[in-house]
Every structure is written in structure tokens, then in C-alpha cells.
Design a protein around this ligand. Structure first.
Ligand code: F58
Length: 840
């Protein structure tokens, strides 16, 4: 046991000083006051909300650290297989509220803070989001960390500690402006580990020679060294003693602070240049969503992070003194997309160059260790690195990649001797000018399992981009793990009143650990009292959002109106343009209505939010159009409350926690076959909102779970897309008259200078309408009309939302993690003894 690790003589002393339990608000207060006065060196008379946030976090953190240390000790002693989740993005959001809820101390903290003169909501909102991610992929990693800790899996996340997370979005005159997000001024949730530093090599050359036995040896020499410093972030599980670790690497110059010689000779600038260059590696998160641009610094980031993480993982394994062939029994590494694919090459390098294993033995260890998750079929998002670039930065790795490819192609040739074309199609090296390394192919070849993130998506990768690999490896290598979300943050934390109501009917908070318990709500779907409370909570959440909208945009919206929300990264394939065209269509319809007709229409608020990649001009144009339409519609007296158009600035995790619980309907309307899964669709339904969507990603499985009558599906199917695109380009491209009317209105300068929006319109009219807006528009507006009708019958609407919530159990990220553990990682949870004493 853990206790046995402490020498007998000291055991009593260690036991005496266990972490403060915060059994009473007073105990909590005393710790807050102590931190204000000592750690922050401020007097209680001078304690504002910022300081109160800092002290509250520090007090809670003290408790967390003890559990974290104990968890790590427990895992070391048990020496079970560990899961390592490698992700270039972790979109964590705020930590304080989550930590309080997970350790079950929110009530105590609330009372304690009130005694000290603060409202807990004000304190929570002081925290800066940890925004180390772009969108779905990064947030999925964060939900997975929460689930792995809550389910007691010994798991570590590995990522980069960007100094600048995703930029802050400001809207100026209707345009997106990017502002740097410097978030590290004060971050109580990270622990610098100045003793855990790894040297990372770049550039240089490979020297080859034969050793005394005539065995060929390769040595990677020269080049430069950058230091990776570890920063640890505790990840508390919900109502368990497990607190896992997220380790983020920060880059630092290897040669001390700066060059004193240069400094003394007056060359100040170049004295610090090297330091700055080294620190650039972890300086900034690339802000592209579903686009890869092949920049050298990005490749540097990837190798830096992968090499540091593997060094750490291998060091931990070596402590156990096991033989190398047991590595895959002790270590499972999951690659979150292809960004960490170099880890495959790096482990092979460590095993053959440094540990002197034979190639085949090493390769067998490597492939058993890795699993690869694909998140997209969009060709522009598939990573490729130019061979010359890689040759320069990572010469030894490129040679190993060539060797991996050689052995792989030889095996393909043996299996399919007459298929020369196949060899070219599956080669890890693309024979282009310059040659490119196809990272997804490398990830497939170097892993034992490849998974997509929703059923349709997992089928699509097998029949399109990875088709040939199914032929080569057989279908069993490819699997599906449908995404999920953590109900702790996305229900309990974001929607506390709904969570409380559910708990009161299902026998407590146990449903947050077994989301299928939500099923018990089915019996309340027609319960008058219950429905009344349910509706009141939705209304209160809408009031909360309306308040936020008023404060940030100045626009008054009616909380009784239908809130129609689309919040996600702005991308043509996600089709925010179709939504705003639909809004214009609605506006024109309202303008043409008689007063009687107007009376029958359900008032609507169309809410948009999301960032455009700074270099994605079309996405920025969509934002501009939304804001321009809002400026006209929101000030049109003929329209009044019937339609408002809102763009919520700087959509992020903490804003999502306010927005998601306030939706009546949300939009998940990507061109069929383009959205791998989507996860906000799950969040909205779990919070009692209905959705309008295409047959794409996880929408399909959501429909299967909640029932066809509880979702508004529309549009063409994935299998129809190819033909439609072909028709646009080579046949007759007919555009729906309603859409043409919208375009005509834009051309009349109704929403400002039409020139600004030419590209949006002409993408559809003149450039083949790749995302099929014209094909789906009619079905979209008709389905929106069905939404209007359905919303008028509030009684039925509420029943639909209750039934939907009751059937959402499947979409817990706990279910995902258990599936990964069973079918990919081959691991089991490690239950801490302490769990038994912690009752739900
Ligand atoms: C998203 N991908 C998918 N990529 O688009 C979404 O359907 C899915 O639900 C989610 O992953 C989780 O599986 C995504 O967010 C990125 O943002 C990458 C960032 C780095 C460059 C390439 C895209």
C-alpha cells in the first residue's frame, strides 16, 4: 500500500498532517484568509475579487495537491498499465468551479466566501479560460481527461504550454479582430517542475558506421538543443480520490539566460536572441481549425513535445526494470489526430539507436503501443510535411521514416504482388514535388488501432481516405469510438438548477457517474409539475444569456422568444453562411407579412458565435455578414421582437457554459459527410434543447438514441454529395428561388456594401457550391418552419426535450473512455481504496 512506502518511524508524523478537509465553511475561510495575507501578501481590507479568486484557488489547490500526490504514489506502487493521451490541444476552460464540484466542496466554499463578503459566481468569473485549443478536438481531450480521472484510470495527458492560447476575438465595426490571449499572468493551477527538464535536439546530421560486430550504427549529431521544462496541472476526478496529471512542456534556451560576452560587448539584441528563439517554440497555439499549413515552427512544436513526452514515458518505464517486450503491457499511447505521429518514429529511434534493440523487435513494440484517432476527412486538414523540411530539422527521423516505409511497402508487395498502383497509393512518401510525408499513413502503419469519432465518420474513412489500408491490414484494425462529453462540466456545472432537478428525481448525483440513469426521467415526460419546473429552468437560463447579450452587445432580446443558436468555429463546411441566408429569408418574409400573420409567428433570436482562423478570409466574411444583417434587422421597427440577430463575441468554453443551457434549438448543419462527429450537438441536447441538423457526424446516433420525432433533420445525405458536386460543375446548377431572392437583397446593399459579400455569393453561384448550400437551402427553411410550428406547442416541445435528455446516456465521455480502454488500450481502472468511504 501507499502507506508502506513511508518508513515506520515517520508514519505517525505524516499522518498527523493530512490535508485540510474543509469540513466547515470556517475551515475554508481560514485558509482563504491565510493565503490572502501570506501567499498574496495583501491585507483582508484590501482584498478585491481578483485576490479572493486567487486565494480561493490556492486554498482548494492545497487540497488537490495532496490527493494528486497520493494518486501518483498509488499508481507507482500498483505499477499497472498507464494511458498516455498525446494532444497538441487541451481546451480546458476554467478550473476553479470544476475543482470545487469534483471534490465536493462548492457548498462549503460558497458559504465561506459569503461570510467573507463575496458571491461565489463573481469569484468564479474572475478566472481566465485555459484556452489551449481551437475547437472540438481540444475540448474532446479535456473531456477525456475528466472522464479518465473520474473513472480511476491511471492516465496522463501530454501537451504544450503555449504562452498564448487561442486569440481573443473582438468585433470592431462588424469585423473580427484578433487580440493575443496572454493567460499566464497568474495561474494557480500549474506547477512548474524545474527539476524535470529534457534536452531536445534539432537539425544536425546523421553519422553512420559499423560497430565491432559489423552492425550498422547511426548517430544523430550536431544541431542545436532546446530545453523542455515540465509544468503539471492536476486533473481531479469527480467524487473519487483520483487526481491525474496533465503535463505541459514549455521551451527554454539551453545555454543559460543569455550570452554574457555579447551582452558585455554591447550587442544587447543578439544577446537575448537565442533565448527568444528557443522560447518561441511553445509561444503560440496555431489558430487553424481543420486546416494544416506546413509551417516549420509547427513541426518544431510537434517534435519538441513528442520527444519530451516520450523521454518522460520511457524513463518511467525503465524505473520498473522490466524487459523491453513488456513496454506495451505497461504503456498505451493514444495519438489525438496526426499531430503527435512523430512519437512513433521517436520511440523506434530510442529503441534501435539508444537501446540497441533489433529493428523488428523494436517495431513490434512500437505498433503495439500506439493507437491513432482520426478527426477529419477534409483533405486540407490532413497533415503532410515536406521531405526537405524534415530532412533539415529531423534528419535521423526522416531516415527511419524511409525505412518504415520500405518494410511496409515490401509487405504490401508480398501480399498484392501485381498491384503497382497500390504501392504508390499507400506509400508514406508522396511522390510529389517536393516529396511529402503523409502523416496519417505513418500513423496507421505505426499503430495497432485506428478509430474514427462517430459511426458515419468511421465508415467514411474506411471507404474513402483509408480505403487501401483496409485492404492491406484488414478491417479489424479500424474501429469506431463515438465521441462523448463530460456531464460534470456540461450539465452539473453549466446548468446547476437542471442538475439539481434531475438529482431530486433520480436519487442524487449518481447519474453524473452513470449517465444512463437519466433514463429514469422518461416517466416525468408528461408530469405537469415536473414540466413546469423544467420550463422554468430553461427560461431562467435564457434570462441569464439575455443579460449577457445586453451587457456585451447592448441589444435587448426577449427571453420568451425561441433561442436559435449556432456556436462553433466558423467554417464553410459547417455552413454558418446557410444559417445567415436563412435569417435573411426570414427577415424578408416578416417584412412581407400582414399584422395578423405576424401575430402568429413565434419570435426568434438567432444567435451566432465562433472564431474564424485569422487567415481564413471567407470565414471572416461570414462573420461580417452576420453582424451586418444584425445591424439592419435589430433596428427595423417592422420587425421588432419577431427577429433579432446576435453575434456573441469571443466564443469560448466559459461562454459555452452560459450559452448551451439557454438554447431552444441549436444548429448542426454541416454538409453531409464533412463533420466527423461534432460534440456541441450532444451538449445542447443534454441541456434540454432540440437540434436542427443534417444527417452528419454524431447527429445520426443522437437521432437513433432520442428518436426521430425529437430532432429536426433535413438535407441531402452523404452518399448524394459526390453526384451533386459533379452536377454543379458539369451539369445544370439550379439555385433555389428563395436563395436567389436572398442574394438579390444582398446585392441591393440592404446589409451594407454588397461588394463585401461577393465572395460568399459567388462561391455558390459561380464556383460550384462545394458545400451544397443551394441543394439544402429549401429543405433547411422548410424544416425551420416546422420548428416554428412545433415551438408554438410548448407542452409537446417540453415533453420532447425531457425525453431527449432521458435518452442521452450514451454520449457521456465516460462511455467513450471505457470503450477506448477495452478495445484499444487493453487496460482497466485502478480503484483507490478511499473510494469506498466517499459516498455520492
Ligand atoms: C474536430 N476537429 C471535428 N480539429 O471537426 C469534429 O467533428 C469532432 O467532433 C472533434 O474534432 C472531436 O473529435 C477539430 O477540432 C481541429 O481543430 C484541428 C486543429 C489543428 C489543425 C487541424 C484541425
Amino acid at each position: 500500500s501507499v502507506e508502506a512506502s513511508i518508513p515506520e518511524a515517520q508514519r505517525a508524523a505524516w499522518k498527523k498532517f493530512q490535508p485540510k478537509e474543509f469540513a466547515t465553511p470556517e475551515e475554508f475561510e481560514s485558509e482563504v484568509v491565510r493565503h490572502v495575507e501570506t501567499t498574496l501578501a495583501r491585507s483582508m481590507f484590501n482584498c478585491d475579487e481578483t485576490a479572493a479568486y486567487a486565494a480561493t484557488s490556492l486554498a482548494l489547490r492545497d487540497r488537490l495537491i495532496m490527493e494528486w500526490n497520493q494518486t501518483q504514489q498509488r499508481h507507482t506502487f500498483a505499477d499497472n498499465k498507464r494511458i498516455y493521451y498525446l494532444s497538441l490541444e487541451f481546451l480546458m476552460g476554467r478550473a476553479l468551479d470544476n475543482a470545487m464540484l469534483n471534490v465536493g466542496k462548492k457548498e462549503v466554499a460558497k458559504e465561506g466566501l459569503l461570510d467573507l463578503g463575496f458571491r461565489i459566481e463573481d469569484i468564479i468569473s474572475q478566472e481566465h479560460d485555459a484556452a489551449l485549443g481551437n475547437g472540438g478536438l481540444g475540448r474532446l481531450a479535456a473531456c477525456f481527461l475528466d472522464s479518465m480521472a473520474s473513472l480511476n484510470y491511471p492516465a496522463w495527458g501530454y501537451g504544450l504550454r503555449y504562452r498564448y492560447g487561442i486569440f481573443k476575438q473582438e468585433i470592431v465595426d462588424g469585423y473580427q479582430v484578433e487580440v493575443p490571449d496572454y493567460w499566464l499572468d497568474f495561474n494557480p493551477w500549474e506547477f512548474p517542475r524545474h527539476d524535470i527538464v529534457v534536452d531536445i535536439q534539432f537539425f544536425g546530421h546523421v553519422r553512420k558506421y559499423e560497430d565491432d560486430d559489423g552492425k550498422p550504427i547511426s548517430v544523430w549529431e550536431g544541431g542545436e538543443i532546446v530545453k523542455a521544462v515540465a509544468y503539471d496541472v492536476p486533473i481531479p476526478g469527480f467524487k473519487t480520490a483520483t487526481t491525474n496529471n496533465l503535463r505541459l512542456w514549455s521551451s527554454k534556451a539551453a545555454s543559460g539566460e543569455f550570452d554574457f560576452q555579447k551582452f558585455n560587448s554591447g550587442d544587447y539584441e543578439s544577446a537575448v536572441a537565442e533565448t527568444q528563439r528557443a522560447e518561441t517554440i511553445s509561444a503560440v497555439l496555431y489558430p487553424n481549425d481543420n486546416l494544416e499549413r506546413g509551417k516549420e515552427l509547427r513541426l518544431k512544436q510537434q517534435y519538441f513535445w513528442v520527444a519530451a513526452s516520450l523521454y518522460d514515458i520511457v524513463r518511467r518505464f525503465k524505473k520498473s526494470k522490466r524487459p523491453w517486450n513488456e513496454f506495451p503491457d505497461q504503456v498505451a499511447i493514444q495519438l489525438n489526430d496526426t499531430h503527435p505521429t512523430l512519437a512513433i518514429v521517436e520511440l523506434q529511434r530510442i529503441l534501435i539507436d539508444l537501446e540497441k534493440l533489433e529493428w523488428d523487435e523494436a517495431w513490434s513494440i512500437v505498433t503495439k503501443t500506439f493507437g491513432y484517432t482520426n478527426h477529419t476527412v477534409l483533405p486540407e486538414a490532413l497533415e503532410k510535411w515536406s521531405v526537405p523540411l524534415m530532412q533539415n530539422l529531423l534528419p535521423r527521423h526522416l531516415l527511419i521514416i524511409y525505412e518504415i516505409n520500405l518494410y511496409f511497402l515490401q509487405s504490401v508487395e508480398r501480399k498484392f504482388p501485381k498491384d503497382r498502383d497500390l504501392l504508390g497509393r499507400v506509400s508514406i512518401i508522396e511522390e510529389s514535388q517536393p516529396k511529402m510525408v503523409r502523416m496519417a499513413f505513418l500513423a496507421i502503419v505505426g499503430s495497432h488501432k485506428v478509430n474514427g469519432v462517430a459511426e458515419l465518420h468511421s465508415d467514411l474513412i474506411k471507404s474513402t481516405i483509408f480505403k487501401d489500408f483496409v485492404k492491406v491490414f484488414g478491417p479489424d484494425k479500424f474501429t469506431n469510438v463515438t465521441n462523448g462529453i463530460t456531464p460534470r462540466r456540461w450539465l452539473h456545472q453549466a446548468n446547476p438548477r437542471l442538475s439539481e432537478l434531475i438529482a431530486s428525481k433520480t436519487g442524487g448525483l449518481g447519474y453524473l457517474k452513470d449517465l444512463n440513469i437519466l433514463n429514469e426521467l422518461e416517466k416525468y415526460a408528461d408530469d405537469k409539475e415536473f414540466k413546469k419546473e423544467w420550463a422554468e429552468i430553461k427560461y431562467a437560463n435564457k434570462v441569464r444569456l439575455a443579460k449577457h447579450i445586453k451587457e456585451t452587445t447592448g441589444v435587448t432580446v426577449n427571453p420568451a422568444a425561441l433561442f436559435d443558436i449556432q456556436v462553433k468555429r466558423i467554417h464553410e463546411y459547417k455552413r454558418q453562411q446557410m444559417n445567415i441566408f436563412g435569417v435573411i429569408h426570414r427577415y424578408l418574409t416578416i417584412k412581407a407579412m400582414t399584422p395578423e400573420e405576424k401575430k402568429k409567428l413565434a419570435p426568434r433570436v438567432s444567435i451566432f458565435g465562433g472564431k474564424a482562423a485569422p487567415g481564413y478570409w471567407m470565414a471572416k466574411t461570414i462573420i461580417h455578414l452576420i453582424n451586418s444583417v444584425g445591424a439592419v434587422v435589430n433596428n427595423d421597427k417592422d420587425v421588432g421582437d419577431l427577429l433579432k440577430v446576435i453575434f456573441v463575441e469571443d466564443y469560448n468554453v466559459s461562454k459555452a457554459e452560459i450559452i448551451v443551457p439557454a438554447s431552444d434549438i441549436s444548429e448542426h448543419i454541416s454538409t453531409a459527410g464533412t463533420e466527423a462527429s461534432g460534440t456541441s450537438n450532444m451538449k445542447f441536447v443534454l441541456n434540454g434543447g432540440l437540434i436542427i441538423g443534417t444527417c452528419d457526424g454524431a447527429n445520426i446516433e443522437i437521432t437513433r438514441e432520442i428518436g426521430e420525432s425529437n430532432i429536426f433533420l433535413f438535407g441531402n445525405l452523404a452518399e448524394e454529395v459526390e453526384d451533386l458536386r459533379h452536377t454543379h460543375n458539369y451539369g445544370e446548377h439550379i439555385i433555389d428561388p428563395a436563395l436567389l431572392q436572398v442574394f438579390a437583397e444582398i446585392r441591393k446593399n440592404t446589409f451594407g456594401d454588397a461588394e463585401s459579400f461577393t465572395a460568399l455569393v459567388s462561391a455558390i453561384e459561380d464556383h460550384g457550391d462545394y458545400y451544397l448550400v443551394s441543394d439544402d437551402f429549401n429543405s433547411y427553411i422548410q424544416t425551420q418552419a416546422l420548428v416554428d410550428e412545433a415551438y408554438k406547442n410548448q407542452d409537446e416541445w417540453i415533453t420532447k426535450t425531457i425525453l431527449s435528455v432521458a435518452r442521452m446516456g450514451f454520449f457521456s465521455s465516460d462511455r467513450c473512455i471505457n470503450e477506448y480502454a477495452e478495445s484499444i488500450w487493453n487496460t482497466e481502472p485502478l480503484n483507490p481504496e478511499e473510494d469506498k468511504s466517499k459516498k455520492l
